[in-house]
Design a protein around this ligand. Structure first.
Ligand SMILES: Nc1nc2c(ncn2[C@@H]2O[C@H](COP(=O)(O)OP(=O)(O)O)[C@@H](O)[C@H]2O)c(=O)[nH]1
Ligand SMILES: [Mg+2]
Length: 348
């Protein structure tokens, strides 16, 4: 029996082994993914991102407990992928996660995997997507993708998800500029965790202002035909306008308004509400056709990365090292331009 077949039968050991193969991009890993791919596309992928220390792992732990039946009648199987794009080591942050997610240890319907940086960012995103696909095929119905930090890497990885939670915390609100507008743009739900700490209102207010500042002309957006879905913070602004002018804009089922949710992850406060909001977003994605659209973008992105990789590898196997060196020498002597050099090396 192949590893993939064992995974489809629910064998955790085989899944763990295949995930390692996928991370290392081995032939065995790729073979397994080929076999597993037709079984993917069923899981709800939830991205969790935001600055370090805001409580992402604690939140994932609580949400996972919720999905495991603490707050729901039908328990779901939960997969968790913790990605650290900043570190090549599975060091401190991940160890901390283990402690935060201790509650889930021993539950055979929860699968936790940590991934650290290896090589290129594109490579990490592809590896993460492979790991998520294997978990999806293995029957994990809700899969969390937690990323550390708040840079471009996080945005790339968060895009792998259907629903993106951006987690912030009070105190960081004082330094609101630190919150990258880019990270708010990809948010489907904004979570203000550590709501037990002073300054929650300040942070909430600051985040609202940030969203409005990012789209000062959002009223123009509101007036335009709003039948098309826009994954934009303008929707958020529009919602607040709608609350007062009762234009009914917010009632448009095709428009998603990224809500702000307050939680205390360490106490489990606000988790049920957050889970409901996540579910509402998933329903919205399905009803509006946005789920299919995001899936298509994801499939295209993955295909593009793979094509690029393979084309370069193919090209490298065709070209003599000697010819490459000679071309660089010519470039150094300014005999040809880099554009000519590239052309020369490609259409020989
Ligand atoms: N006071 C308070 N502390 C929290 C809360 N959520 C998490 N923490 C603590 O904040 C620290 C960082 O949490 P962690 O989940 O590792 O954050 P991450 O880096 O975003 O994954 C830990 O010491 C948690 O116990 C909360 O809601 N309130
Ligand atoms: Mg964490």
């Amino acid at each position: 029996m192949t590893l993939a077949a064992k995974i489809l039968q629910g064998d955790r050991m085989s899944l763990a082994r295949v995930l390692t193969q996928i991370e290392n991009e081995t032939v065995l890993g790729l073979q397994a993914l080929n076999e597993l791919y037709t079984h993917t596309g069923k899981a709800h992928l939830i991205g969790v991102t935001g600055p370090p220390g805001t409580g992402k792992s604690s939140l994932v732990n609580q949400l996972a407990r919720f999905y495991r039946g603490l707050g729901e009648d039908t328990p779901k199987r939960v997969g968790i992928v913790a990605v650290d794009p900043s570190s090549p080591f599975t060091g401190g942050a991940i160890l901390g996660d283990r402690v935060r997610m201790r509650d889930l240890a021993g539950d055979k319907d929860v699968f936790i995997r940590s991934m650290a940086s290896r090589g290129s960012l594109g490579g990490l995103a592809v590896a993460t997507s492979g790991v998520v696909q294997a978990m999806d095929a293995a029957g994990y119905e809700v899969i969390f993708i937690e990323t550390v930090g708040a840079g471009q890497a996080e945005v790339e990885i968060a895009r792998l998800a259907d629903t993106v939670l951006v987690v912030e915390a009070p105190g960081m609100g004082d330094d609101i500029q630190a919150i990258k507008a880019g990270i708010l743009e990809i948010a489907d739900v904004i979570v203000i965790n550590k709501a037990d700490r002073p300054g929650v209102e300040t942070t909430t207010h600051a985040l609202r202002s940030m969203l409005q500042l990012a789209h000062p002309n959002s009223h123009l957006f509101m007036d335009s035909g709003n039948s098309s879905y826009s994954h934009s913070n303008a929707d958020f602004f529009a919602h607040h306008e709608a609350e007062t002018d009762t234009s009914g804009f917010a009632e448009n089922p095709k428009i998603w308004t990224p809500p702000l949710e307050q939680t205390v992850a360490t106490e489990g406060i606000g988790i049920a509400d957050l889970a409901r909001t996540i579910q509402r977003h998933y329903e919205h994605l399905k009803e509006s056709g946005e789920l299919a659209r995001r899936l298509r973008v994801r499939v295209e992105t993955q295909l593009d990365v793979l094509l690029r990789e393979r084309l370069i590898r193919h090209w490298q196997s065709q070209i003599a090292e000697e010819q490459y060196r000679e071309t660089v020498d010519k470039l150094m002597r300014r005999e040809i331009s880099p554009w000519q050099a590239a052309d020369n090396l490609i259409d020989r």
